[in-house]
Design a protein around this ligand. Structure first.
Ligand code: HXC
Ligand code: NAP
Length: 321
């Protein structure tokens, strides 16, 4: 029961697909997927479309989403609208949502999958680098959710799935940096920032404040928007093969492979497995599920080392304020 479904490494559709759920599960629904032109977001779009859904895929690079949309529509026979949009720019988000509504007349599902991250010691992270990641991952998730709420979900209900990660879940080395967020995030200046978050670390010092924030946002929005029949959940993937995230943040291959083989399911996950979990959360199968964080990581976060042994490496990094 823990055998993975087949997958392919690149941003290409699956050559064959065997349905595990009913093929009509999302028949004629419309999903707006940020970051849908690559990696996990691309596969989510494909699996949704293979279950009858139409999609809007939105990210900064128009060529990327155009190419992806062609592949997705060709493989599934469903419609896919590619849009260029930066989640950090509310006017661009509003324009994209307007365009999607003009095209389809409805949006039933929002998947917040856009993200930007990189490995960097916290002590060498510039203010702007930190802000950039926060702006994309955390503010971006809020921006798109807020616009969708205003323009459609408030009156019609809807489903939101935020793609997060488990990296802020545990005590991690350099945890003292968690206070950085409160000092540096734009909203924190007003002392009303509602989502306390933590900086965790991976191989070396690595900033992961955003995922904690997004999971807290999931819970807050689930509470506030539940009465409007809007479900809000998080899906936290583990290390997933064939993705930019793994390429950037997995660390040296040898060390990653040791960590992965020591984890409960002893392997990387694949994009289709993540898409299946997101499909469940977005579908009527999860009609009573809201405010939840579904971890799909083969148990990795329970056993992955927290990097304490790497702490001495930080001695040479200096703060650049
Ligand atoms: C330190 C860095 C840096 C790095 C950029 N910066 N890369 N600092 N180490 N590797 C700093 C820059 O110097 C600058 O600060 C600030 O960040 C903004 O950089 P820009 O290049 O201007 O930002 P932008 O063009 O907006 O690009 C955003 C980005 C980029 C996040 C920096 O990498 C990107 O577009 N990423 C999208 C794709 C991605 O990251 N996919 C992986 C998602 S995986 P200064 O001070 O110089 O101005 C994921 C988690 C996976 O989310 C978990 C796996 C286990
Ligand atoms: P990815 O392919 O790099 O996906 C990130 C997407 O976000 C890209 O399509 C990118 O497209 C888009 N994006 C980045 N900045 C944006 C912005 N400012 N506005 C709009 N779109 C933007 O990486 P991935 O590994 O598949 O990650 C997908 C999601 O899974 C992310 O949320 C990540 O945090 C999460 N995750 C991944 C892993 C993993 O192992 N891969 C593990 C845990 C969590 P453009 O460049 O065209 O904008």
């Amino acid at each position: 029961m823990a055998q993975p479904p087949p997958d392919v490494e690149g941003d290409d559709c699956l050559p064959a697909y065997r349905h595990l759920f009913c093929p009509d599960l999302l028949r004629d629904k419309v999903a707006f997927i940020t970051g849908g032109g690559s990696g996990i977001g691309f596969r989510i779009a494909e699996i949704f479309m293979r279950h009858g859904c139409h999609t809007v895929i939105a990210s900064r690079s128009l060529p990327r989403v155009l190419t992806a949309a062609r592949k997705l529509a060709g493989a599934t026979g469903r419609r896919c609208l590619p849009l260029s949009m930066d989640v950090r720019a509310p006017p661009a988000v509003m324009a994209a949502v307007d365009q999607a509504l003009k095209e389809f007349g409805r949006i039933d599902i929002l998947i917040n999958c856009a993200a930007g991250n990189f490995l960097c010691p916290a002590g060498a992270l510039s203010f702007n680098a930190f802000k950039t990641v926060m702006d994309i991952d955390t503010s971006g998730t809020f921006n798109v959710s807020r616009v969708l709420y205003e323009k459609f979900f408030r009156d019609h209900g809807g489903v939101i799935v935020n793609i997060t990660a488990t990296l802020g879940n545990r005590g991690q080395a350099l945890q003292e940096a968690s206070s950085l967020h409160l000092k540096l995030s734009p909203a924190a200046g007003s002392e009303t920032w509602p989502w306390p978050c933590a900086l965790a670390e991976g191989r070396a010092a690595l900033s992961y404040p955003t995922f904690f924030c997004a999971d807290a946002m999931t819970r807050h929005l689930a509470v506030e928007w539940g009465p409007q029949n809007i479900r809000v959940n998080s899906l936290a993937p583990g290390p997933i093969s064939g993705t930019e995230g793994l390429r950037r943040l997995g660390g040296p291959q040898a060390s990653l492979s040791t960590k992965v083989t020591a984890s409960p399911l002893q392997r990387l996950g694949n994009k289709t497995e993540i898409a299946h979990s997101v499909l469940y959360l977005a579908s009527p199968l999860a009609s009573y599920v809201t405010g939840a964080v579904l971890v799909a990581d083969g148990g990795a976060w329970l056993t992955f080392p927290n990097g304490v042994k790497g702490l001495p490496d930080f001695a040479s990094f200096s703060a650049k304020l």
